[in-house]
Design a binder for this molecule. Sequence first.
Ligand code: SAM
Length: 265
Amino acid sequence: MSERVITSLTNDTVKGVRALHMRKERDLTGTFLAEGLKFIGEALDQGRAPRMLLVGEDARPHPLLDRAKAATLKAGGDIIVVTHAILEKISRRDNPQTVLGVFEQAYAALDSLNPASAPCWVALEQVRDPGNLGTIIRTADAAGCGGVILIGDCVDPYSVEAVRATMGSVFAVSITKTTPETFLTWRKRWPGSVVGTRLDAKVSHRSAVMQRPSLILMGNEQAGLTDDLASACDVNVKIPMRGRADSLNLAIATGIMVYAATDEA
Ligand code: SAM
């Protein structure tokens, strides 16, 4: 509810923000770290104000920074002015962003999703790489997908690495967590096509009929899509590969699929 200055690297608030690199702390507090004015601008555009705004003492004046400060105070958050050394320590980077925000995590409940509100949705089974997940959230946003559903034991979408890779789309895309069992029951009510992606599929992604809204299922980076989920799909497809690579990167394959599913004729 105030603006204050912190210069000590061992200050408890600094330690608390730094601990957001750890999943345990993020889970405990329900918060995450977003770095840079671009991210904070995306959050404000989605009506999300930071719980805490950390501003480097060397931050240049900017209208967006003024907006972020006003929104933080209005929402009852804290504005903290910190040294460059503190920003480096929190970001674990030599060239940190000069503005950081601590935000509340947001998850949409599976039953609250409205499939018809978008032409395409993405479901990921046990995605493990934070860079892949962040890139998929960014790509889902760009393609106009309704949201990303995380099935089973997935990497945290609010990890610092995943959030960085979203380039701000973490605030624009709805994120849902569920178990395989709950997903399989919920999937029975899906009004369009449920499309699995498998390397052993016989149908090419271009020739498959995808009835909107399409729900695209992507598998784990190592193991691929499990038989349980693949057999619950209306169709399983393969993106043709013409060289020696035996698979595509998960985020690239997701990009190809969501654009195929949302292409206007
Ligand atoms: N060894 C794994 C396998 O056998 O499925 C490779 C997994 S691949 C790196 C990760 C995910 O990306 C797959 O589960 C699938 O969803 C998608 N994927 C990658 N290449 C694909 C392709 N050519 N066609 C369809 N999906 C693909």
